[in-house]
Design a protein around this ligand. Structure first.
Ligand SMILES: [Zn+2]
Length: 125
């Protein structure tokens, strides 16, 4: 199961990379960028049709790792370009919610929630 998910994620990233020229072309045609070199090599260009809301959140035409400080433990972490792409284009999540906690704190919070659920007698079907 975990292996499958990992493979899926790799496949997804490859698909996005293959899609790079088309995405850059769209950005050029819409006048969002003037030159393909405006997209750094390690960034994922946004798909202007899929990422309609991304620009409300990220001030750019591409996804790049965004660094932030964890609101719980104060440690620096980053929001990866690949997960932003998934967040905006596949999950279609709210552009007003950016991750605030580091990976460790997110896991801790999740574990707490699951524990609370278990304590209340909830059993997932
Ligand atoms: Zn943290």
């Amino acid at each position: 199961m975990d292996k499958d998910r990992r493979a899926q994620s790799k496949q997804r990233l490859r698909k996005v990379l293959d899609d790079r020229p088309r995405r850059i072309q769209m950005l050029l045609e819409r006048g969002l960028i003037k030159n393909a070199s405006e997209i750094p090599a390690d960034a994922i260009p946004i798909d202007p049709e899929l990422s309609t809301k991304a620009t409300l959140c990220i001030p750019a035409v591409c996804y790049q790792d965004i660094e932030f400080v964890c609101s719980d433990c104060g440690r620096p972490d980053f929001w990866s370009a690949g997960s932003q792409q998934h967040y905006f284009e596949i999950s279609k999540a709210s552009p007003y919610q950016q991750p605030k906690r580091c990976y460790d704190c997110r896991q801790k919070k999740l574990a707490k929630r699951l524990q609370a659920r278990a304590d209340s007698g909830y059993t997932p079907s």
